[in-house]
Design a protein around this ligand. Structure first.
Ligand SMILES: Cc1cc2nc3c(=O)[nH]c(=O)nc-3n(C[C@H](O)[C@H](O)[C@H](O)COP(=O)(O)O)c2cc1C
Length: 335
């Protein structure tokens, strides 16, 4: 684990500090200050960046991979995709038309190269997304009893322009009830697995999930040593039930590139949702168990493809707090 401390000061990045007269490399490094604000599973921040000329090479950091929760590396690559997207949204704001090259899906070392050329993107992100880069936060609250209107759904759908990624909205009470049962079963199975509990305890204990030092230590001890499967199952199935919509992103192909692109689509949805006052909460235990992922797939339309990411959408009064990040330098490799 890197020596630098987690901090919330990284959220203070402002567009006024963009080095307009700097070199392309300095500008690229500035964009990465937005990339590290991306969401990631357990806030593990599993990415590295290498800047050379006008290229940013983005890789998955396997030392931060959640091998107990995420044996097939689905969440690892989705998290990397979220960071890629933050970088691209920021790049567009500063006048670039970022070009993406996806590499050999089998290699975590070099997942995507982003090339920065000045220009107009063919498919630009809505300009308001840039403000959400520093305001977006995951919500963990019970949602209000308030529907997600058709226009809002349409706008969320519109930001998914990856041809191989599809967004599904589940709002039928029966289907939602089944998802909440899957969630409860998955929670019990995960919390019955000592390796899963130890891994989760590690990320709670090191403060990544935002607790104070003492709360982090207590949280780690509770998760690692107490039998809290039933408690988690009840809490999370209630969270699912409270959501007016459970969203699922699916892909036809089930490989790392599809997962990176799922992460990009998800992050654009999360950023847009933030600008619309819609709360977003990924909830992954069902997808982490292959047999439960299969059962979720059967709830979706026949040609939906493989479920990659599941998240609640809805409304809440509560302000979600920012979680901390390790400083950018932690993730920068020398070119
Ligand atoms: C692939 C992925 C899976 C996630 N799964 C969960 C989850 O199961 N439960 C949860 O509460 N949050 C989940 N999250 C949200 C992260 O915990 C959150 O992004 C991280 O703590 C950083 O906080 P922030 O999003 O507020 O910046 C997930 C995020 C990603 C990208």
């Amino acid at each position: 684990m890197p020596a630098a401390s987690l901090t919330r000061s990284v959220w203070d990045v402002t567009a006024d500090d963009f080095p307009t007269d700097g070199t392309r490399e300095e500008q690229a490094r500035f964009l990465l200050r937005y990339a590290i604000l991306a969401p990631s599973s357990h806030n593990s921040q599993p990415w590295t960046f290498e800047v050379g000329g006008n290229e940013i090479r983005i890789a998955a950091d396997e030392s931060r991979w959640l091998d107990a929760a995420d044996p097939d590396r689905r969440e690892l690559y989705i998290s990397v995709g979220c960071a890629v997207e933050n970088c691209c949204v920021a790049a567009e704001h500063f006048g670039f038309d970022p070009e993406l090259e996806y590499h050999d899906p089998g290699s975590a070392d070099n997942v995507v190269t982003v090339t920065l050329e000045k220009g107009e993107p063919a498919n630009p992100s809505p300009p308001e997304l840039v403000d959400a880069l520093t305001t977006r936060a995951t919500s963990h609250e019970v949602f209000e009893d308030r529907a997600l209107g058709p226009e809002t759904r349409e706008r969320l759908r519109d930001v998914v322009h990856e041809t191989d990624v599809t967004l599904h909205f589940v709002d039928d009470p029966e289907a939602k009830g089944t998802i909440s049962e899957l969630q409860a079963e998955a929670d019990r199975l995960q919390m019955d697995d000592p390796e899963y509990r130890t891994e989760l305890g590690h990320w709670i204990g090191n403060g990544a999930l935002g607790s104070s030092w003492l709360a982090a230590r207590i949280g780690q001890a509770v998760v690692t040593h107490l039998d809290i499967g039933d408690r988690e199952a009840k809490k999370n199935s209630k969270l699912i039930q409270s959501a007016p919509v459970v969203a699922v992103l699916t892909t036809g192909v089930d490989d790392p590139t599809a997962r990176v692109r799922t992460g990009q689509a998800f992050e654009r949805i999360a950023l847009l949702a933030s600008t619309e006052g819609v709360a977003v909460h990924p909830i992954s235990q069902t997808l982490e168990r292959p047999e439960m992922r299969e059962r979720l797939e059967h709830l979706l339309p026949d040609d939906a493809g493989r479920p990659q990411h599941l998240f609640r959408l809805g409304y809440t009064d509560g302000e979600a707090e920012h979680t901390p990040r390790w400083p950018l330098e932690t993730f920068l490799a020398q070119a």
